[in-house]
Ligand binder design. Structure first.
Ligand code: 5AD
Ligand code: SF4
Length: 458
């Protein structure tokens, strides 16, 4: 069974001896925006007296925050919802809520498939949870809150954070791009930017609370400010955030290669705190496929962009997302992608089997690629990328890298873990002098595909 989310709350279920204490737990699937929505949902539950528990059977409120970007996620989530049915039979007062992209897409259909669900919360309705809980407690009936679109920016709500060192801060919601494979614009609505001052203020406050690293979130962060005249653009926002004294590092997710411009690259180059890591999802190394995907750039454009970044910030890392088996992808076109990743030399690539999402243009394109072929291609791509990632990591052996201590390694409590400005995960044997959130120097002595290992140096 998958594990529930962990929060940075002081009180554990063991301490909550009060027999009237109500507990909640959450499970989150999908992207960082969804993870952050769960923090806002959990914060609202805490504000009305619920405490977090890891024990499913102890919870009187279970939230599943869902993703529908690929069919595989949906299947997993339906399995999870099914598992909760017996809990509900044994405890009829248990409240089960489904939030996120699947809730937005499937709405009341979810009640039909799983009548043991109590609340369905759309992506534009996250801030309403407190009212929805009251409604279900009073009426004991199904409660559906799914707006088609956000009329305005959602108000701030109490939030509890999952980490202690690193925190997520949304800067914009929605996406206007309509890549032909992607469901996101249909379930997250049009682009809406948060006011620059609100973002800066929130980051300043998080710094005061002890957070060292901030990740700015948006489906397409480079579109920041385009929907209004008031806040400047993404580079202006980065400049403002770079000046926040209470924090040490700033990351951002996700960039669209078409929209990242010279001003952004220059801002990062001249900044003190913006990390030297570019995540630029290329999706395919074939111009034919890029066109069918409606990505709005060619491989040559992407090559030039990478050249520009590497000239400006030579040690920056570069990661990407790639979809294999998009409709019309022949063996020859797939080989173009394979050649492209070798040519660029990405530090890492997140690779996905194309998944047909009904309602998107690609779902009805002819020449869908058979699953077995997709799987074969994915394996080839992963093998090639793993070799590249390992070679890049091997070049880091012997170097000393600055890492912010995030905590114990999930697998070994005698080891600590943290990340470099280039977003490499580093593990080392705990010396006991390190403090969570501290910037330390680690001399790298072992390279693996996804991680680096080393030792603490003074
Ligand atoms: N099938 C497979 N992968 C997808 N992505 C988005 N939509 C789909 C889909 N229908 C991938 C893209 C995106 C990442 C977050 O998920 O690579 O960058
Ligand atoms: Fe989906 Fe494309 Fe928008 Fe990213 S930019 S969320 S892939 S439509």
């Amino acid at each position: 069974m998958s594990k529930p989310d962990q929060y940075n709350t002081q009180m554990s279920s063991k301490e909550g001896k009060d027999s009237k204490q109500k507990f909640f737990t959450t499970y989150t699937y999908g992207c960082q925006m969804n993870q952050h929505d769960s923090e806002r949902l959990a914060g609202q539950l805490k504000s009305i007296g619920y405490e977090y528990t890891e024990e499913l059977t102890e919870a009187s409120f279970i939230l599943i925050n869902t993703c529908c970007v690929r069919e595989s996620a949906e299947k997993k989530i339906y399995g999870k919802i099914g598992e909760l049915k017996n809990l509900k039979i044994n405890n009829p007062s248990l409240i089960i809520a489904i939030a996120g992209c699947m809730a937005q897409k499937d709405r009341e259909k979810l009640f039909k498939k799983a009548p043991h669900i109590d609340i369905i919360i759309g992506t534009h309705n996250v801030h309403q949870l407190v009212d929805l809980v009251k409604e279900v407690e009073d009426s004991k009936k199904h409660v559906l809150a799914v707006w088609d679109q956000a009329e305005q920016l959602a108000p701030d709500v109490p939030t509890i954070r999952r980490g202690t060192v690193s925190a997520w801060v949304p800067i914009m919601y929605g996406c206007n791009n309509f890549c032909t494979y992607c469901i996101v614009p249909y379930v997250r609505g049009r682009e809406r930017s948060r006011p620059l001052q609100d973002i800066v203020q929130e980051i300043h406050q998080l710094g005061l609370e002890g957070f060292k690293e901030i990740t700015l979130l948006g489906q397409n962060v480079n579109s920041y400010g385009k929907d209004t005249e008031e806040y400047g653009d993404f580079a202006d926002l980065l400049q403002a955030v770079d000046k926040v004294e209470t924090i040490e590092r700033v990351r951002y997710m996700t960039s669209h290669p078409r929209d990242i411009n010279d001003k952004v690259i220059e801002t990062i180059l001249n900044s003190k705190k913006i990390c030297d890591h570019f995540h630029l999802p290329v999706q395919s190394g074939s111009d034919t496929i890029l066109k069918l995907m409606n990505r709005g750039y060619t491989t040559d454009y992407y090559r030039e962009l990478v050249k520009k970044i590497r000239k400006a910030i030579p040690h920056a890392s570069l990661t990407t997302d790639i979809i294999v088996g998009f409709p019309g992808e022949t063996e020859e076109l797939f080989n173009e992608t394979l050649a492209f990743i070798k040519e660029i030399g990405f530090d890492a690539a997140y690779t996905f089997l194309y998944s047909k999402r009904s309602g998107t243009p690609a779902a009805t394109m002819s020449e869908q690629v058979p699953l077995a072929t997709k799987k074969e291609r994915l394996q080839k791509l992963m093998d090639a990328q793993n070799e590249i990632s390992l070679a890049i990591h091997q070049r880091l052996v012997g170097q000393t890298l600055a890492v912010i201590v995030e905590g114990a390694s999930p697998r070994d409590e005698n080891r600590l873990t943290g990340r470099t400005t280039t977003n490499k995960i580093v593990l080392w044997d705990k010396q006991g002098t390190e403090k969570i959130g501290q910037l330390v120097n680690i001399k790298i002595n072992t390279a693996q595909t996804w991680i680096l290992k080393g030792q603490l140096v003074d």
